[in-house]
Design a protein around this ligand. Structure first.
Ligand SMILES: CC/C=C\C/C=C\CCCC/C=C/C(=O)SCCNC(=O)CCNC(=O)[C@H](O)C(C)(C)COP(=O)(O)OP(=O)(O)OC[C@H]1O[C@@H](n2cnc3c(N)ncnc32)[C@H](O)[C@@H]1OP(=O)(O)O
Length: 302
């Protein structure tokens, strides 16, 4: 039932004008294309997929410049790429990384949550929920190669992965910083963090809106490994090999066993969660905070 609802959201998204023609954008043969067996890079305007069929792995590169903010279009393209890879028996794992220098993802797109109509907020929030559910419950091994800063929704996306490798650069902070924007991380953001670093550490991190630099992120457990910047991709590949050596069915069932209770909570409260989001985001005080935050980002330049 829940899956059917998810499929409807995805199908509806695919029917949107901007989503048409996104299914395959054939490109150059990928550098990681498995010894020239002819499998090409594919993807969409904002998501580049570099397949390595020999290894059963695809590198999914987010390229929604300037900051990989998770707009409705971008989330839809990410979902389409994920679905395509999941439906292709060649692939057992994906490495999620960024094509935008210094930025993994700036999180949810603030312009999707500012000055729009309630119907838009409903549509956007459904896409955010769907992305979390799909990545969190994916049967594939998903490894985040975090090669840039990763606040809020960017951090959440990495937390849906099975393993996180972060580049050792003090600028590459990661965390759920929603309170700094005057907004609140929803319960499933919080649950995902609790499952990763525990209750007390989450309580502190979320209330203070902490963005952890690499050493701190490793200490608290937000990431699993911190490596020199030029070793992020190779480390993600070695870790992937280790995970793919485990019998797939046993690993998948264990993942489901660990994650399903958390996902079920959102699945059973999905509509209520949308209503809560829309009510919250429509508040004057919240809109003011978000506008002020966006303005601050813009003024930073000048
Ligand atoms: C009871 C409660 C129940 C329910 C809760 C309901 C609702 C709340 C839930 C909402 C959950 C929200 C999750 C989020 O993810 S919110 C987004 C959080 N993100 C951030 O705080 C990051 C903001 N960005 C930055 O800090 C910097 O941009 C960054 C990423 C460090 C990069 O810095 P830099 O390279 O210097 O680039 P600029 O800052 O100059 O940015 C370039 C350009 O991008 C625009 N931009 C940046 N971030 C975003 C964004 N997240 N969304 C949209 N646009 C963004 C920025 O404004 C610049 O635009 P310009 O036009 O000036 O070029």
């Amino acid at each position: 039932m829940a899956l059917a609802v998810g499929m409807r959201v995805l199908t509806r998204a695919l029917l949107r004008p901007w989503a048409r023609g996104l299914r395959v954008a054939p490109g150059r043969t990928g550098p990681a294309a498995g010894g020239g067996d002819g499998m090409r890079c594919f993807g969409s305007p904002r998501v580049l997929v570099e397949p390595d069929p020999a290894a059963g792995v695809a590198v999914v590169k987010m390229r929604n410049p300037p900051v990989n903010s998770l707009s409705l279009e971008f989330l839809t393209e990410l979902l389409i790429s994920l679905e395509k890879l999941e439906n292709d028996k060649t692939f057992h794992g994906i490495i999620l990384t960024s094509d935008c220098p210094g930025i993994f993802s700036a999180g949810l797109d603030l312009t999707e949550m500012c000055g729009r109509k309630p119907e838009h907020y409903v549509e956007y929030w459904k896409a955010v929920q769907e992305t979390w559910l799909r990545f969190y419950l994916s049967n594939l091994v998903v490894i985040a190669a975090i090669n840039g800063v990763s606040p809020a929704g960017g951090c959440l996306l990495s937390l849906t992965c099975d393993y996180r490798v972060l580049a050792n650069n003090p600028k590459y902070t990661i965390g759920l910083n929603e309170t700094l924007l005057g907004i609140v991380a929803p319960f499933w953001f919080k649950d995902t963090m609790v499952n990763t670093i525990g209750h007390r550490a989450t309580e502190r991190a979320l209330q203070l809106g902490l963005l952890f630099p690499p050493a701190e992120a490793l200490r608290v457990g937000v990431v699993d490994q911190v490596v020199p910047e030029d070793q992020v991709q190779s480390t993600a590949r070695s870790v992937m090999a280790q995970w793919l050596a485990i019998p797939d069915h046993a690993r998948q069932l264990t993942k489901t066993l660990m994650r399903k209770p958390t996902a079920d909570r959102l699945l059973t409260e999905r509509d209520a969660d949308i209503q809560t989001f829309v009510r919250f985001i429509c508040r004057d005080s919240v809109q003011k905070s978000l506008h002020a935050y966006l303005e601050k980002l813009k003024q930073k330049k000048g």
